[in-house]
Each structure stands twice: as C-alpha cells, then as structure tokens.
Design a protein around this ligand. Structure first.
Ligand code: NAD
Length: 510
C-alpha cells in the first residue's frame, strides 16, 4: 500500500502517543531522568500548534551531572580500540535504519519538514555514522618525521568530553553530523538539542542507551540560556560544536572564554545563487527553486538571494514566478507536499514580518506574501503555513537582501557584469555557501576564487559529499565538518620527539 497523508498520520500518531503521554526525559550517565527540578516545557507540532507532549527542562544541575558523566566515561571510550568503537557505531547505524519510519514521521511532525525530504533522513544519518565508524580504527594515528638524530612522531587523541548544541531545523540530520565524528574520534558527548524540535534527539538518545557504554552519550533538553549556557561553561567540556544563529555563536564564544573552549561554529547565511545569461536555463531554474523552497527555506545553505544577469532576467523571472505559484504547500506528512509549516508561531510571525518590510523598502511581492489558511492538502488554519514568496525589484541594501529570513522566501536582484555579481555576492556579513550558474568555465573559476564563502557549487544544487569540508566564513562560522576536518576539531595532536642517542646534548655547569 502506498503512503498517503492518512496512512502517514495514523503511523505518526502511533509513534507520537508515548510522547504525548509521558514527559520526554534527559539521558544522563545511561539513565533516562526528568532531572533535578522535574520542570518541563511544552512541545507543539507546527501543523496546527497543538501539544505533542512535554519535555524535561534541563537545569544547571542536570547539565553538570551530564558533563561529569561524559568526563568519567571519557578515558575508557577514548582508549577503547578503534575497531571496537567502529563496531558499536555500526550497531548504532543499524538501529537508525531499523527505526527509519519512526524517525522520519516524528521529525516531520515535530519540525514541519515535508516527509518527501525526511524519508531518507535515517538512512543518510546511518551512512554518516558508518562513514566515521570506518575511520575510527585509524583516527588516532599520527605521522613520523625522521631527522638525522631524532624522530618526531605525532599521536592524535580525542580532545575530551565535548558539547554539541543543535538548532531546530533538520535537527536529526545535524545531530548525526556532529555526534558521529565526535564519537569516532573518541570523544564523549553532551548533546543539547533545540527546544523547538526535541523529539528526534530523544530517539537518538534511546539508541545510544541501547548501544553505547553509559556516559558516552548524554542528552540534556532545555533552553539555551540555562542548559546550553552551562554546557559552554563547564570546565570538563573541552570543545563545543554549535549549529545555530550568528548571534548565538557570539554568545557561546563569550561564555566559553573563561574555560578556553575550542569552538566550532556553523551559523547563519544569506547565500547567493548567481545565474548568468549563459546558464543552462532549465537546470538553473530547477536549482533556484529547490535551494530556497525545499525544507521550507529553513536551511542554512538555502540560496535566499537570487542574483540574475540582466540579459535573462525577464525570461527567468517569468518562469520562476510560474514555478513558485505552483509549489504545493501542505501537511508535512502528505507525500505530495513540497512546502510544509514553519517550525513555530513566533518564527512564522518573523517570516511574515518581512512581507511588510519588503514593501516598505520598495520591493515588489511578485508571488506569495500571505499566510496559507486551509486548502485541500490537510492544511490547518491553526498551523504555521506561509505561501512560497518571491520578492522582485529589490536591491542588495534592502533588509530582505541582508537578513536571514529562514523561510520559503526568495529575493531577486539584477546585475550586469561579472564584477557586479562578485561585488553583490560578497556584500553581506555572511559567507556560508554560494551557487554559480554559467557555461563559461573560466568565469566559474574566477568566481570560485573571488566569492567569499566556505562552500561553492558550480552548476549544482548543494550536493553533500561526507569527506568534503562543510562550513562558513565571516559571520557564517568558524571551522569545518567532514572527513578529517571533523577529526581536526575533535582531536588534539601531540608531538613526541625521540633522540637516537647519537647527538651531543648541550652541557652546562660541568
Ligand atoms: P539558535 O541560535 O537560536 O539556537 C541553536 C541552539 O543554540 C539551540 O539548541 C539553542 O537552545 C542554543 N542556544 C541558544 N542560546 C544559547 C546560549 N546562550 N548558550 C548555549 N546555547 C544556546 O538557532 P535556531 O533558531 O535553533 O536555528 C536556526 C539557525 O541555525 C539559523 O541561523 C541557521 O542558518 C543556523 N544553521 C546553520 C547551519 C550551518 O551548518 N551553518 C545549519 C543549520 C542551521
């Protein structure tokens, strides 16, 4: 039987029943606990803002207990033979695949992402665990550097217990991206999931409790200013990897300063997609639509600024408007839905506020601009649905071109020359990703050099390759994920210099 909204909803409700009935706990030192205070906060689904249970609200005491547990578990985990860590991480991946249906449906209901994009989430998360699991046996190997009378060799050892702080958009995927390499390196982990979409973090914690030694993976739910802040300040925690807003990146850097935390920050973006006159029109159009309207535009690498060369501007905008009008907004569990509800009422109001800001600044709302309040795709008027929106007649000084809106909202801006395109692309405080569409290889190479971003894609949407580095520059962050770049962050390198005994030691005081 093929999936429909009704069959998906029925399965999702079965999975959600236990979240509705019992408070979702922390995982601290192998035990599920409601924490020190027993306080909770409410969790809702963006489909209609109805409650889907309560979540334990982590206190400073809870966070201290989790950090202490991660610290106590560290030496055994780090010194466990890499081949054993490999086995356990593959077992973790196996369990992700077995629970793929649950993970996809719970995630969609919790954060509003359309099921068509969540279906493969667990399989991709498992692939991520397997990729790093296979690196575990060699992860701590170093280099030997021979000199005439000495040999230097390096050993890599996991840095220690680490804090992982994740945001509400695609929370499952981002947690696996961060935690898999940390565990493979030999770090123990305290995870602080986002308060707006905490459920998939609990599914991960359940698998961790089954598969890993106690204390290796701890999860403390709660708010940034209490549980999150304490995690960044705790002396046992050696490094913090945060995915979140740029302002949060600055906060955690300050909070971690007294304990000299190593920080990896994956932050916001206002990413340009630059379409030149000579671009492959249809493929560029597909990519422009996909990279802002998929995942509800709640995606750090979304191309939220469309820079269009004047020669194809009119033709491209006409085709784009038709595609945007045609996007299917609907219940996230409807397999036909392309754009689901935004994560929370407050975020929805923030996104909607840009409709007025655009008009006040002189842009045109060419498509969309309104809330969606009910049609035949399971949309509830009480949900956080927004029409996919396209702003035209915009320039790069407008707030809609400068601020991260983080919704299904695209701002189109014209340019004339290659130099203009580079200047506009770089005229932003952010520098996460960029997309270049041209058939001219020389031009693509020049832009690859001059566009300020951690990642550029030429004639492609954001194809992700796990061994390749992922991360941003400027206000989009510090550090890189992926392959050995992840290990560089989660490891310390120690140099050991051994004398061969043939050289003369300088003699003093003899
Ligand atoms: P956010 O910054 O509000 O929250 C992220 C996490 O940080 C949450 O778990 C939150 O509780 C925690 N937090 C908040 N204040 C804290 C503090 N003072 N100390 C410790 N922790 C604190 O971000 P969000 O609204 O959940 O997510 C959306 C943002 O994430 C967007 O800006 C988006 O671009 C960014 N993002 C970036 C990437 C990337 O790879 N660069 C990926 C996904 C999302």
């Amino acid at each position: 039987m093929s999936d429909t909204l009704d069959t998906n909803l029925s399965r999702a409700n079965n999975y959600l029943a236990r979240f509705r009935d019992t408070t979702t706990p922390h995982l601290i030192n192998g035990d599920f606990t409601l924490g020190d205070s027993g306080e909770t906060f409410d969790n809702t689904t963006p489909t209609d803002n109805s409650p889907i249970g309560t979540i334990a609200k982590g206190s400073v005491t809870d966070m201290d207990a989790a950090c202490t547990a991660a610290d106590a578990a560290f030496n055994d985990w780090c010194d466990m033979p890499g081949a054993e860590r490999r086995k356990l991480l593959h077992a973790f991946a196996d369990r992700l695949v077995e629970r793929a249906d649950e993970i996809a449906l719970v995630e969609s209901m919790d954060c509003g992402q359309a099921i068509r994009f969540m279906k493969q989430a667990a399989v991709r998360g498992a692939a991520n665990f397997r990729f790093f699991a296979d690196k575990a046996p060699e992860a701590q190997n170093g280099l030997a550097l021979h000199q005439a009378e000495h040999t230097n060799f390096t050993v890599r050892r996991a840095i220690g217990p680490v804090g992982i702080i994740t945001p509400w958009n695609t929370p499952f995927m981002l947690a696996t991206w961060k935690i898999a390499p940390a565990l493979a390196a030999g770090c123990t982990v305290v995870h602080k999931p986002a308060e707006l979409s905490p459920l998939s973090a609990h599914l991960l914690a359940e698998i961790a409790a089954e598969v890993l030694p106690k204390g290796v993976w701890n999860t403390v739910h709660g708010f940034g200013e209490t549980a999150g802040k304490r995690l960044t300040e705790h002396p046992a925690i050696r490094a913090v990897a945060l995915v979140g807003e740029s302002a949060t990146g600055a906060h955690v850097t300050r909070q971690g300063a007294d304990t000299l935390k190593r920080m990896h920050l994956e932050l916001g973006g206002k990413n340009p997609v630059i379409v030149f006159d000579d671009a492959d029109f249809e493929r560029a159009l597909d990519a422009v639509v996909f990279m802002i309207y998929s995942l509800n535009g709640q995606r750090c690498t979304s191309s939220s600024r469309l820079l269009l060369q004047r020669g194809i501007r009119d033709k491209f905008l006409t085709a784009l408007e038709a595609r945007v009008k045609n996007l299917r907004v609907g219940h996230p569990l409807d397999p036909n839905t392309e754009v689901g509800p935004l994560v929370h009422t407050e975020h929805c109001e923030k996104v909607m506020s840009y409709m007025d800001i655009a008009r006040e600044d002189g842009a045109t709302v060419a498509v969309g601009g309104e809330r969606v309040t009910g049609d035949d795709q399971g949309v509830s008027a009480a949900g956080n649905y927004v029409q996919p929106t396209l702003f035209t007649q915009a320039d790069n000084s407008m707030r809609i071109a400068r601020e991260e809106i983080f919704g299904p909202v695209l701002t189109a801006i014209d340019f004339d020359t290659e130099e203009d395109a580079i200047r506009l692309a770089n005229d932003t405080e952010y520098g996460l990703a960029g997309y270049i569409w041209t058939e001219n290889t020389g031009r693509a190479m020049r832009l690859a050099k001059h566009v300020e971003a951690g990642m550029l894609w030429v004639n492609s949407e954001n194809n992700r390759n796990l061994p390749s580095p992922f991360g941003g520059v400027k206000m989009s962050g510090i550090g890189r994920d992926g392959g050995d770049w992840s290990f560089d962050f989660y490891m310390e390198t120690k140099n050991v210099c051994v004398a061969h005994g043939t050289h003369r030691v300088p003699v003093l005081g003899k």
